[in-house]
Ligand binder design. Structure first.
Ligand code: NAP
Length: 242
């Protein structure tokens, strides 16, 4: 797909992978970003004065739909991750919730944008899932479940939109150095583990340009030909034996 001359909405675009995508795209595209923290959006606007910013929560699509008529590429990037000990009971499931932010908002925004995107000559929906959608990390169980949901939803969306002008991409990044779940990363000493977010963003742009509809990380290339047994082995390696 053409990665120039677009109007691109990146949810959660003020930090991490989203901000790095905005930096690359801002050279040749019009960029719209949203997030909940005004100060982060203002910082992004200082770096990239041409971008449009809006304080908006993806759980309230109305706030974002004001931009819908202009956009031809929607990037569902906003996400949170929490470490949850399921043995501690229902308390861990309360409060800010991956199901609403990572999964439900991706489903709602994708669906609400379809009529607007369909009217554009070339359009795309890009859903950021995770390598953890395929091989989960038990310490972040709800996160992994929501990303597996995004993976499955995106496949169905791609199939249903195959007779429209809307291309549907999924990105399955490896571990990326960012603010995501910093509390847990500090606890387990992985704040500097992973690829840099600018490298991740560059690989996403490259994948979009090449119409690679599932933009995966190199570790997952092998998983494409893996059996269920191979995937179980990897799960065991990451999480220990149950
Ligand atoms: N880092 C990794 O290792 C990794 C690996 C695979 C996939 N991913 C995925 O990549 C995406 C970007 O994550 P990142 O690593 O770049 O982390 P990040 O810097 O924490 O980015 C997440 C962004 O989402 C925004 N956000 C969270 N909840 C929101 C809501 N309800 N409404 C609007 N915006 C919201 C956050 O801003 P506010 O808090 O200001 O709203 C933040 O800017 C996520 O979907 C994540 O799951 C990350």
């Amino acid at each position: 797909m053409d990665v120039e001359g677009n109007k691109i909405l990146i949810t959660g675009g003020a930090t991490g992978i989203g901000l790095e995508l905005a930096k690359i795209f801002a050279k040749d595209n019009e960029i719209y970003i949203c997030g909940r923290r005004k100060e982060k959006l203002d910082e992004a606007k200082k770096i990239l004065p041409s971008i449009h910013i809006k304080v908006a929560d993806v759980r309230n699509p109305k706030e974002i739909m004001e931009w819908a008529k202009d956009i031809n590429i929607l990037i569902n990037n906003a996400g949170i991750q929490r470490a949850i000990d399921l043995k501690e009971g229902i308390k861990g499931l309360e409060g800010e919730n991956e199901i609403k932010i990572n999964l439900e908002a991706t489903i709602y925004l994708s669906t609400l944008f379809i009529p607007f995107l369909e009217s554009k000559k070339e359009a795309a929906i890009v859903n950021i899932s995770s390598g953890l959608a395929i091989t989960p990390l038990a310490a972040v169980p709800i996160y992994c479940a929501t990303k597996a949901g995004v993976h499955t939803f995106t496949k169905c969306l791609r199939s249903q939109l195959s007779d429209t002008s809307i291309k549907v991409f999924e990105v399955l990044p490896p571990i990326v150095i960012s603010e995501l779940n910093m509390e847990y990363r500090k606890k387990v000493g992985t704040t500097n583990t992973g690829i840099k977010s600018d490298k991740c963003a560059a690989s996403i742009v490259d994948g979009l340009e090449k119409d690679k509809f599932e933009i995966e990380n190199p570790a997952l290339e092998n998983l494409k030909t893996a059996t269920m047994k191979d995937i179980d082995k990897l799960f065991e390696k990451m999480n220990g034996r149950w």
